[in-house]
Design a protein around this ligand. Sequence first.
Ligand SMILES: [Zn+2]
Ligand SMILES: [Zn+2]
Length: 109
Amino acid sequence: MCENEVKVEGMEEVAEVVYEDITLTCRDCGQEFVFTAGEQAFYAEKGFKNQPKCCKACRDKKKNAERGERQYFIATCSECGGEAKLTFQPSSDRPVYCSKCFEARRSAQ
Ligand SMILES: [Zn+2]
Ligand SMILES: [Zn+2]
């Protein structure tokens, strides 16, 4: 009787993994962060074997860096006194120009 209701060991285990929130420490900033049950399920679904090494803030930061967001240096334009965004560290003995003045100078030559 009721033979169909006999649980098959092993199969059930795979189907019913119960996730619990776990606290991990971020490798980058050392802050603790929660790897939630939902995220664990998501990782398992995607087939990721590893737990995240960084907190969300650091992961987002990295994502932005991968997207090629450059670091800019803000200096004062020697021509118009406006804000000049530089992709390099400005040196004090060389004039810097904002993109507008830079373009103007280039086309004037
Ligand atoms: Zn972090
Ligand atoms: Zn300028």
